[in-house]
Design a protein around this ligand. Structure first.
Ligand code: SAH
Length: 468
């Protein structure tokens, strides 16, 4: 590939200044909320190159006298990646000159989103053990390195089809002493993307989520025209070999392969996810999900500065739903492709109104229903309920009254229930205190029935309305 072509591979944007907080390696390995907050906000602001240069002599050596970094200079770009990995994650990296040099903030964004996806789609506390599959890990093996650093209970299987990248990926895993938590697996182009079937599937026991940064482009021309259509000129020297950037059918074909495999594996993997380089691909793929009856999915947008945008899409066949902020894009224009609403505000308390009163009322209402379970967490000001059916509709409550009046005969003549109790809807009711107002919000946690979720929120809204 010509150097000109290489220069258009501008998926490198480096916003955000390094946080003042100590590197992860100096913090405890528990998933404390403070750790997560540290990582979440690492690249919120512009990078401060001068500060980086003060902390790392190798970075100082590539920084220009005027304090700028030459993004067309591969050496400088590579050093920035190494410096950020070292200072922010205590990770070491070795890369060849002719493979993709991953921009850390973008790759970190994907990991942050996955943490939210895995954490919120479970009743377990944040940080549950999980095994991720990174399809096409590249020479850097960057996702497994970032993921295992932030989540002590995560493991990874990392695959690639490119021998040189595999060699470097293994070296980077060893450099960071992560061999017991990251397995690097060579694949053939015709193998399944998810190695739970077919060749060498015996080496992979379980996968909770997949991730992929697919070759975005259908051809080198496609890649060039995409770069030229950008308002700003490409200004990075993010080098990539053709195997990394181009594949037949581009990202849609690659992600469609994952979708086909997921239709066979279904709930064997909780989340199937991929990064996307084109907004139009998100729409196409969401249509494909819907055509296959998949209603539980999540979309996010990674904004890096005001230049490059990337998206990620995840889908699940399981009933556990991710949080609203993880699954739905806030920026305009995304309503049509976004999954159904996952959080509905049912009460806004005026300042001065008693929160205790609202909490008592929520608990009274929930306990009056025949739910499978209802548990109130006093510290978190949040309750979790599960139900096998709509038990709040008028018809359902009338039936309950009738049953109660004949309970003796029902009890004495009823055969023991043999059918397993199915949960149709799981939800949280949370009292959330903002700066000026306090709200009560119902969050959809489990199930596939959006109408039932909305009906519950409507019912609760009615029951709480005189508290506002
Ligand atoms: N994950 C890295 C590299 C992404 S480039 C990063 O984000 O920086 C895409 C990678 O996918 C390349 O390393 C390429 O070799 C690999 N790849 C392409 N087809 C593949 C396949 N069928 N199975 C596994 N990896 C594949």
């Amino acid at each position: 590939m010509s150097s000109k072509k290489r220069k258009v591979l501008d998926d490198l944007e480096q916003p955000g200044r390094r946080s003042q907080v100590a590197p992860a390696s100096q913090q405890s390995l528990n998933v404390a909320a403070s750790d997560d907050a540290h990582f979440r906000h690492l690249y919120d602001r512009e990078l401060d190159f001068k500060q980086l240069a003060e902390k790392d002599v190798d970075f100082a050596a590539v920084l220009q006298e005027n304090g700028h970094l030459d993004f067309t200079e591969p050496k400088a770009v590579m050093q920035l990646t190494k410096t950020l990995l070292s200072l922010d994650f205590n990770l070491k990296l070795e890369l060849p000159d002719d493979r993709l040099c991953p921009p850390v903030p973008n790759r970190h964004n994907y990991i942050l989103w996955l943490k939210g996806l895995v954490d919120t789609s479970s009743y377990e506390p944040p940080g549950r053990p999980a095994c991720g599959l990174d399809i096409g890990t590249g020479a850097s093996c960057i996702y497994p390195l970032l993921g295992t650093t932030q989540r002590p209970s995560w493991r990874f299987v990392a695959t690639d089809i490119d021998e040189k990248s595999l060699q470097y990926a293994r070296r980077n895993v060893a450099l960071n002493h992560l061999e017991d938590r990251i397995t690097v697996l060579g694949r053939q182009p015709e193998d399944t993307l998810i190695p739970l079937r077919g060749r060498e599937s015996e080496k992979v026991i379980h996968i909770d989520f997949t991730m992929m940064n697919p070759p975005f482009y259908e051809s080198e021309d496609d890649m060039l025209s995409s770069a030229q259509s950008k308002v700003r000129p490409p200004h990075s020297a993010c080098t990539g070999a053709p195997v990394e950037m181009v594949c037949e059918g581009g990202e849609i074909a690659h992600i469609s392969r994952m979708l086909e495999e997921s239709l066979v594996l279904k709930e064997e993997v909780q989340w199937y996810t991929s990064m996307l380089g084109k907004a139009s691909s998100v729409e196409t793929l969401v249509d494909k999900l819907k055509a296959n009856g998949i209603d539980n999915y999540a979309i996010t947008e990674f904004i890096q500065g005001n230049k490059t945008r990337r998206w990620a899409l995840g889908w699940s066949f399981g009933p556990m739903r991710p949080a609203e902020h993880v699954a739905r894009v806030k920026t305009s224009g995304w309503k049509k492709v976004s999954p159904p609403v996952l959080a509905i505000e049912v009460l806004s308390l005026h300042p001065g109104r008693s929160i205790d009163h609202a909490i008592t009322r929520i608990n009274e209402v929930m306990r009056s229903l025949e739910l499978l379970s209802w548990n109130w967490d006093t510290d978190a000001r949040k309750g979790t309920g599960r139900t096998r059916e709509n038990v709040w509709s008028r018809a359902s409550r009338r039936k309950k009254m009738r049953d109660q009046s004949t309970s003796f005969s029902v009890l004495s003549s009823a055969a023991p229930r043999s059918d397993p109790v199915q949960c149709r809807l799981g939800f949280d009711v949370a009292v959330e205190m903002g700066v000026s107002t306090t709200t009560v919000t119902v969050h959809w946690r489990e199930g596939h029935d959006a109408v039932m979720f909305e009906s519950l929120a409507g019912f609760l809204q009615g029951k709480l309305k005189n508290l506002g």
